[in-house]
Design a protein. Structure first.
Length: 307
């Protein structure tokens, strides 16, 4: 069926699109050829424009071919040299990530000490994506006022160009909130709205199993519903980037015990991968442990390295 559809598409385009001296030609895996202009290309898709219209073709259905004139190398027939895909890294994946650290020490009338650290690493394959993240926040102002840490891992499988399955495990400790451990293990569906070097936006939703180990209350465990959003975008030709991530977890046995965790900030590239980040973390637990507050807000300035 796919071969028949590609044949019909190729025949229609070749009849509707006149040849030009600057036209590009690509060959489909079934032997048909299309003439027009390549607008953009990713590891998964080629956006191809003709007088008949603009079409998005899977790269798995396209093979390199020489243009009518002048002849060019197969790789150049698909993408300009300046936009050529990077060589695959470890385990044939495209790797990206960021690691940050920040702190504060003051003395005199007010004595404070603070340490912030976080990291996120992403490995991307054609149909798979793996993410790992961790963070640690500690602050002392006469006494310890912030002391929490978290770690999470996630796997995505793209079963369609924009849709994917996800499986995720997340763990958190918060000494000030009397939380010995929160674990959230789940799976579900995700939709990738954007995924380029300049802009990333995806949403996720699905069930999980939520467990709390409290220092002051009885432990709890229950199935939960999860929603999350991840957004990152470069602004003004990458002069800076804005980002926002949030997650909503609602226990199904007690809907008013919902949890919200979010990160919002600005990231400014400095030099050779070095970046400065200003971030606000807003967390809300609507049914916290005894003696803890619902709201937790952290402001941080960090210096890091991005790749």
């Amino acid at each position: 069926m796919m071969k028949t559809s590609l044949t019909i598409l190729a025949t229609t385009l070749m009849l509707a699109t006149p040849l030009s001296a600057h036209a590009q030609t690509i060959q489909l895996s079934n032997g048909d050829r299309l003439t027009g202009e390549i607008i953009s290309q990713t590891a998964e898709f080629i956006e191809f424009k003709t007088d008949f219209g603009t079409f998005t073709l899977p790269t798995t259905k396209v093979v390199p071919t020489a243009a009518e004139a002048p002849a060019i190398a197969p790789s150049a027939a698909l993408v300009p040299e300046s936009e050529a895909p990077e060589e695959p890294g470890l385990w044939n994946a495209k790797w990206s990530g960021i690691a940050n650290m920040g702190g504060d020490v003051t003395s005199g009338n007010s004595q404070t000490n603070a340490l912030f650290a976080d990291a996120e690493v992403t490995a991307r394959w054609e149909q798979h994506r793996a993410k790992f993240s961790m963070d640690y926040y500690w602050e002392e102002d006469g006494e310890v006022v912030i002391d929490n840490r978290s770690i999470a891992g996630e796997h995505n499988y793209f079963f369609a160009p924009k849709w994917f399955y996800y499986s995720r495990a997340a763990f958190k400790q918060d000494e000030i909130a009397s939380l010995n451990l929160r674990s959230n293990l789940g799976a579900g569906f995700g939709y990738q709205i954007f995924e380029t070097d300049e802009k990333v936006l995806d949403i996720n939703f699905g069930p999980s199993w939520l467990y709390h180990d409290y220092a002051t209350d009885e432990n709890t465990s229950a199935p939960a519903a999860n929603w999350s959003l991840n957004y990152d975008q470069a602004i003004w030709e990458s002069a800076f980037a804005i980002f926002h991530n949030h997650q909503l977890v609602v226990p199904l046995d007690q809907g008013n015990a919902f949890i919200i965790e979010s990160e919002t900030g600005v990231r400014i590239p400095l030099h050779a991968g070095l970046v400065a980040t200003g971030e606000i973390d807003f967390d809300w637990s609507n049914a916290p442990a005894s003696g803890a507050t619902e709201e937790d807000i952290t402001y941080s300035l960090k210096l890091g390295y991005e790749w």
